[in-house]
Every structure is written in structure tokens, then in C-alpha cells.
Design a protein around this ligand. Structure first.
Ligand SMILES: NC(=O)c1ccc[n+]([C@@H]2O[C@H](COP(=O)([O-])OP(=O)(O)OC[C@H]3O[C@@H](n4cnc5c(N)ncnc54)[C@H](O)[C@@H]3O)[C@@H](O)[C@H]2O)c1
Length: 244
């Protein structure tokens, strides 16, 4: 069975990706700073195989240990989803009031973390001659959400990283793509989502709230053989809002 690592898989969208990939026949490695037991239990209850791996993606050592644990448990690393992010807990504010600590923390996790995870899985994927890396960006990149300059800049960097690594890793048989969700509200973690959602829905072709399951088809497509000749792309899953 192929193996997928999902960073930030202990909750939220990452957990949905883990369960969906397990349903599609992947063995799953759930990498998170949080305890991943609930995700692992959900997968196992559905008949799948999964392990949790406590990982801070901003740490090179943690990423190397993660890749070793994945290969040790399941033999190969076929898919990496760079989903972990400093997002729900981020401190928003006017651009010139964001602290340097917040700025750096955002980039440490969202950009350095994605890059380090790619570095860690690369030797395994290169040896196999195949692999699929999926980086999660955000539509805030195209809209420039006020109060969020550090996050928006970090998620824009993820698209740049995607294009750069697609070029460099293509000869190794590795595809690198980005997937960009729009606002998918989680009022329990982000109370302001509810108000923002009304505004966002109005700008869409499909006028409803985006839900986590809306992302699953695109994730499975980029993780599967059907996308073998697709690399360096960014697929925006947003119900058809158009940005210039
Ligand atoms: N929910 C949305 O509206 C939305 C929209 C666009 C993009 N996104 C992106 O989708 C992804 C998932 O978002 P979400 O809504 O599930 O967010 P979330 O905050 O609920 O989940 C983020 C996950 O990453 C983990 N994480 C945080 N720091 C980490 C670290 N240093 N190392 C390892 N894991 C870490 C968290 O523990 C959590 O499980 C993120 O990349 C986010 O930027 C979300």
C-alpha cells in the first residue's frame, strides 16, 4: 500500500485529508505537534493503518525523524501533504503592529516547515523514483486579507516554493503541486470565521459555505496516478470566486 504523510493531521482539514487518503488505500502518518490519537483511531476504526508522529515541522531534526518513522513503519513515502500551519492561533493586526516574533513564527512553520519536510522526504522519494508533494496555500494570497500580512506572505511563499521544487524534483520523478482552499469556517477555533464567511460566500459562483469535504477530491487527485504529469500547479478550490 502507498504511504502518505500529512502534517497538521491531528485536527481540522489535515484530519479530513488523513481519513480520506486512508479510505483511498493509503497508509497514513499523522505528523503534528498535537497528539494524533483521535485521527489514528478514526482511521483504524475504518479498517485503515496509521501511526501518529509527534512533529514540529519547523525543526529539521523532527522532519528527519518523521521521514524515518514513516519509511520504517510502512516501507515507502509516496505522498507528503504540507498542511501544518500557524493559522488558527495566529495573532492578527495592522501590518505595522504585527510583532517580529509573530512574523518569524509564521514563516518558521508555514514556509520553513514545508521546505524542511520536503528536504526530509526527498531522499526516500528520489530512491523510489516517484513521489507526490502537495503544499497547502490560501486564497488570502490573491485577496490580500487585511490584518493578516504575515500569514498571506507565508502562503504566497508556499506557491513559490512549489514552483521551484517542481522544477528541481521533476527529474527525480516527484511532482510538487499546491492546493489552495478558500475560507472553510471552524467557529470553534476561529470565532471570526462566521462573519467573514457571509462576505466570502457572496463573492463565489457557488453560493454556499465551503466545507472540508470540498477539498478531498483535489487532494486525492494530486495524490494519485491520474496527476502523474501535473506538476508546479496551484489548484484553487473556492467555489468559483475570481481574482484578477
Ligand atoms: N480553514 C481555512 O479556512 C483555510 C483556508 C485556506 C487555507 N487553509 C490552510 O489549510 C491548512 C489547515 O488549516 P486548518 O483550518 O485545518 O487549520 P488548523 O489550525 O485547525 O490546523 C493546523 C494544524 O497544524 C498543526 N500545527 C501547527 N503548528 C505545527 C507545527 N509547528 N508542526 C506540526 N504541526 C503543526 C496544528 O496542531 C493543527 O493540527 C493550513 O495550512 C491552513 O493555512 C485553511
Amino acid at each position: 500500500m502507498p504511504t502518505a504523510i500529512v502534517t497538521g493531521g491531528a485536527r481540522g482539514l489535515g484530519r479530513v485529508y488523513c481519513v480520506a487518503l486512508a479510505g483511498a488505500g493509503f497508509d497514513i502518518v499523522v505528523a503534528d505537534v498535537l497528539n494524533a490519537t483521535e485521527t489514528v483511531d478514526e482511521i483504524e476504526a475504518g479498517g485503515g493503518r496509521a501511526i501518529g508522529c509527534r512533529t514540529d515541522v519547523s525543526s529539521a531534526g523532527d522532519n528527519e525523524a518523521l521521514a524515518a518513522a514513516a519509511a520504517g513503519a510502512f516501507g515507502t513515502i509516496d505522498v507528503l501533504i504540507n498542511n501544518a500551519a500557524y493559522y488558527s492561533q495566529i495573532v492578527r493586526g495592522p501590518f505595522n503592529e504585527v510583532t517580529q516574533e509573530e512574523w518569524d513564527r509564521t514563516f518558521e512553520i508555514n514556509v520553513r516547515g514545508a521546505w524542511l519536510a520536503c528536504c526530509a522526504v526527498h531522499p526516500y522519494m528520489k530512491k523510489q523514483g516517484s513521489g507526490k508533494i502537495i503544499n497547502i496555500s490560501s486564497t488570502t494570497c490573491f485577496k490580500g486579507t487585511v490584518g493578516f500580512p504575515h500569514y498571506v506572505a507565508s502562503k504566497s511563499a508556499v506557491i513559490g516554493l512549489t514552483r521551484c521544487l517542481a522544477e528541481e524534483l521533476g527529474p527525480d520523478g516527484i511532482t510538487v503541486n499546491a492546493v489552495t482552499p478558500d475560507l472553510i469556517p471552524d467557529p470553534s477555533l476561529r470565532p471570526s470565521d462566521a462573519a467573514s464567511d457571509q462576505f466570502v460566500v457572496a463573492g463565489r459562483s457557488i453560493k454556499r459555505t465551503q466545507v472540508p469535504d470540498d477539498m478531498v477530491g483535489t487532494i486525492l487527485y494530486l495524490a494519485g496516478r491520474g496527476s502523474d504529469f501535473v506538476t508546479g500547479q496551484n489548484i484553487v478550490v473556492n467555489g468559483g470566486a475570481f481574482y484578477q
